[in-house]
Design a protein around this ligand. Structure first.
Ligand code: NBP
Length: 485
């Protein structure tokens, strides 16, 4: 029986855009006792939602924006789930026109945070509230409980909070949603979440590559290894699904599915945005950036084909003389270390963004709401929350005493794995660059001193001295005397 609400009832929340994400989110709201107004540009999708799922709760379908807005309780709250970019702007304009002062427009798509900052200003100028909310967890999360990262004014959170809590994932009785900070904070944090996701997937891929081509294990055997890993420190959604994918046979040929999938990774842009934003903020998010590059390289089909035709010398490829079980354990530890670096860098980027834009984002909130509903959900996030509970101003996540202790046990295997991969000629861009990042942080002296000397030589860019304050320059083309600027 369709429980489509009578037009006299008003909806607590509305959803605009009923493709996969929007319709699943609307069903989630309805299943959790909310009356939901639904609208899609093409009415077919609205009708399909009602005919297929109308019995899951109370829906008010509309075929015009005006009817949709009229079906909402005040202050009106409508979540936009349409294609990011121009479509989102078009819908925001329609809703702003049709709504009144104090109503709340929420963009639940994957918007670039700078667009969210701009949109909030435009919408606020017309007296409406605008909330950019990152929603993680894909289709499944939207239906059964996502992790939600809303930005926007604190005032909107007071109205929106309970309704978002009603549909979010829950871990230990805590909903995976909280107010992240003003304007673009929610979308920024969601963007970095996705960047971390890219790195997490890449390090899992590198571990697989080493087990497969370093010690010649078959996908089904590696699936078992990942299942075991999922029972320990690496317990996470991504490790769990990796085991599923590796165990899967191609229904057509019976071959391991991973062997029939073209090895060119796609991307929709949030990882790239995270890397660009890291560069703009001057934060070394090497693990995330290398992961984006690794996807780009995998898709450089023509270049790879040319390089594979014996064009590029491999150098001497060493035999790996190791105990297989010990190597598997080394790879697990290298994966854990590289993952830890990626998270540490991601949290650095969030801290830098928060300072740059004045958001006051609390890292403990993120470690809490990412524990469920989202793609990077992992047991490890409990440890991250504890780390920030103990010291909210940690200079870096890896400097937390617990993680420093973990690194004691990870560092040697991590070095051995990077050496082995290099000798085997196997690419490990994130394992290796994360290790260089780690060693750079530890290094007493960096070659940056030499770079400053070069910059002063060719561009009179000046330098600082280790032994006294001030700014200095050498008269490189003259008598090479020292000048204090
Ligand atoms: P899509 O991103 O595929 O967008 C399709 C929806 O946008 C349809 O409802 C379509 O209406 C509507 N639309 C377009 Br296109 N142009 C429009 C316009 N000018 N005016 C009004 N509506 C317009 O949908 P999705 O995959 O459900 O994703 C929705 C949002 O959620 C996106 O921002 C996406 O980045 C984000 N997201 C997606 C996932 C995921 O796993 N798919 C995960 C997390 C976040 P029509 O039916 O009339 O064409």
């Amino acid at each position: 029986m369709t429980q489509t609400a009578e037009k006299t009832d008003l909806a607590q929340i509305g959803v605009v855009g009923l493709a996969v994400m929007g319709s699943n989110l609307a069903r989630n709201f309805a299943r959790n006792g909310n009356t939901v107004a639904v609208y899609n540009r093409s009415p077919e999708k609205t009708r399909a939602l009602i005919s297929e799922h109308g019995d899951e709760g109370a829906f008010i379908p509309s075929e015009t924006v005006e009817d949709f807005v009229a079906s909402l309780e005040r202050p009106r709250k409508a979540i936009i789930m349409v294609q990011a970019g121009a479509a989102t702007d078009a819908v925001i304009n329609q809703l702003t026109e049709a709504m009144d002062e104090g109503d709340i427009i929420i963009d639940g798509g994957n918007a670039l945070f700078t667009d969210t900052i701009r949109r909030e200003k435009e919408v606020a100028a017309k007296g409406r509230h605008f909330v950019g909310a990152g929603i993680s967890g894909g289709e499944e999360g939207a239906l059964n409980g996502p992790s939600i990262m809303p930005g926007g004014p604190a005032e909107s959170w007071e109205t929106l909070g309970p309704i978002l809590e009603s549909i979010a994932a829950e871990v230990d009785g805590t909903p995976c949603v909280t107010h992240i900070g003003p304007d673009g904070a929610g979308h920024f944090v969601k963007m970095v979440h996705n960047g971390i996701e890219y790195a997490d997937m890449q390090v899992i891929g590198e571990a697989y590559q080493l087990l497969r081509y370093g010690v010649g294990m078959e996908p089904a055997e590696i699936a078992e290894v990942f299942r075991e890993w999922n029972a320990g420190d690496l317990d996470s959604y991504l490790i769990e699904i990796t085991a599923e994918v590796l165990a899967q046979k191609d229904p057509e040929t019976g071959a391991p599915l991973v062997d029939v999938i073209v090895d060119a990774a796609g991307q929709k842009g949030t990882g790239r945005w995270t890397a660009i934003s890291g560069l703009e903020l001057g934060v070394p998010i090497t693990g995330i950036a290398e992961s984006v590059f690794a996807r780009a390289l995998s898709s450089a089909t023509a270049q790879r084909a040319a390089a594979q035709e014996g064009q590029l010398p491999s150098g001497t490829i060493a035999e790996l003389n190791v105990d297989k079980a010990e190597f598997v354990e080394d790879v697990r530890r290298a994966l854990y270390a590289a993952k830890l670096i990626a998270y540490s860098q991601g949290f650095d980027e969030i801290k830098a963004g928060s300072e740059e834009f004045g958001w006051n984002v609390d890292p403990r909130d993120l470690a809490t709401i990412w524990r469920g509903g989202c793609i990077i959900r992992a047991k490890f996030l409990d440890r991250i929350r504890e780390a920030y509970d103990n010291n909210a101003d940690l200079p870096a996540l890896i400097l937390d005493p617990y993680f420093k202790g973990e690194l004691e046990n990870l560092i040697d295997p991590w070095r051995r794995v990077v050496v082995a991969a290099t000798q085997l000629g196997l690419p490990v861009p994130v394992f290796a660059s994360s290790l260089s990042y780690y060693d750079s942080l530890r290094a007493e002296r960096l070659p940056a001193a030499l770079i400053q000397g070069q910059r002063d030589f060719f561009g009179a860019h000046t330098f600082k001295r280790v032994d006294r304050e001030g700014t200095f320059h050498i008269e490189w083309s003259g008598d090479r005397s020292l000048t204090e600027m």
